[in-house]
Write a protein that binds this ligand. Structure first.
Ligand code: CAA
Length: 258
């Protein structure tokens, strides 16, 4: 598929999806999210890809769902034509690790799709926000739920009810982003992290991701049992034998994804 609103590139085991609708500050319309979902399906099926970076421009990761596309809806039209499951949820369903590299505005749906990724690396100019209340609506693709789990109730309520933007430093302090880097270093840092992940055993990275995410829907006890069983199951893999042998023999491991 030829993409119009995203740019898909590959470098070794790392694929980068760049949102590319600069005139609208990468506002997420149906076509763009359809392209993201299509790209992710392609990358899921491509065994040579071990990690994905999702990014935008230096000014905007994404300034939210496309307000102009959305504005004329009524309840039935937005319900019947809903592409949330098909498009946006493709990010949360994606089974390989995916990093959001965020510069500039990550607002509304932009903040929400960044939070669907496994972790966020932010440039020092990043600004996060759920400003939907200013438009007479509220977050609609997971913002109230994921922000609350990421930064706790006080900050999530503050963000969703006032609609204010949270600068990168505050986002890091609050636990929304894993690290902040200078704007110029954003892509090299994100790609370096992605390359490190892609160099690991792919099934082990995928199972690790699945296990961390499973914890959101389990009690601590269930989560620990789930982790233990999967940890035990990894001893059936060649990559476990290779990883531990490499440590003992003081050499680098060569994982075969088996
Ligand atoms: N939807 C559609 N178009 C958008 C947009 C959006 N979310 N955000 C920006 N744009 C467009 C603007 O309309 C403008 O286009 P025109 O030149 O054709 O008028 C262009 O992008 C540049 O924007 P600005 O001139 O406003 O740029 P700025 O630098 O002055 O301000 C901004 C930047 C503060 C991000 C401002 O654009 C803004 O507030 N954008 C809207 C942010 C927002 O409310 N996001 C939430 C959307 S709703 C949502 O996401 C719901 C959900 O959870 C599913």
């Amino acid at each position: 598929m030829a993409y119009k609103l995203i740019d898909l590139t590959r470098d070794g085991g790392v694929a980068t999806i760049q949102l590319d609708r600069p005139k609208a500050l990468n506002a997420l319309n149906t076509e763009m999210m359809g392209e993201v979902a299509n790209a992710l399906a392609t990358l899921e099926a491509d065994d040579s890809v071990g990690c994905v970076v999702l990014t935008g421009s230096e000014k905007a990761f994404a300034a939210g769902a496309d307000i102009k596309e959305m504005s004329d809806n009524n309840y039935l039209s937005i319900y019947k034509n809903d592409t949330f499951e098909e498009n946006h949820c493709a990010i949360e369903r994606f089974r390989k690790p995916i990093i959001a590299a965020v510069a500039g505005y990550a607002l509304g749906g932009g903040c929400e799709i960044a939070m669907m990724c496994d972790f966020i690396i932010a440039a020092d100019n990043a600004k996060f926000g759920q400003p939907e209340i200013n438009l007479g609506v509220m977050p609609g693709i997971g913002g109230t739920q994921r922000l609350m789990r990421a930064v706790g109730k006080a900050k999530a309520m503050d963000m969703c009810l006032t609609g204010r933007m949270m600068p990168a430093e505050e986002a890091e302090r609050a636990g929304l982003v894993s690290r902040i880097v200078k704007l110029d270093d954003l892509m090299s840092t994100a790609k370096e992290a992605a390359a490190k992940i892609a160099s690991q055993s792919q099934p082990v990275a995928m199972i690790t991701k699945e296990t961390v995410n499973a914890g959101f829907n389990m009690t601590l006890e269930q989560g620990i049992r789930f982790e233990r069983r999967l940890f035990q199951s990894l001893f059936t893999t060649q990559d476990q034998k290779e990883g531990m042998a490499a440590f003992i023999e003081k050499r680098k491991p060569h994982f075969k994804n088996k």
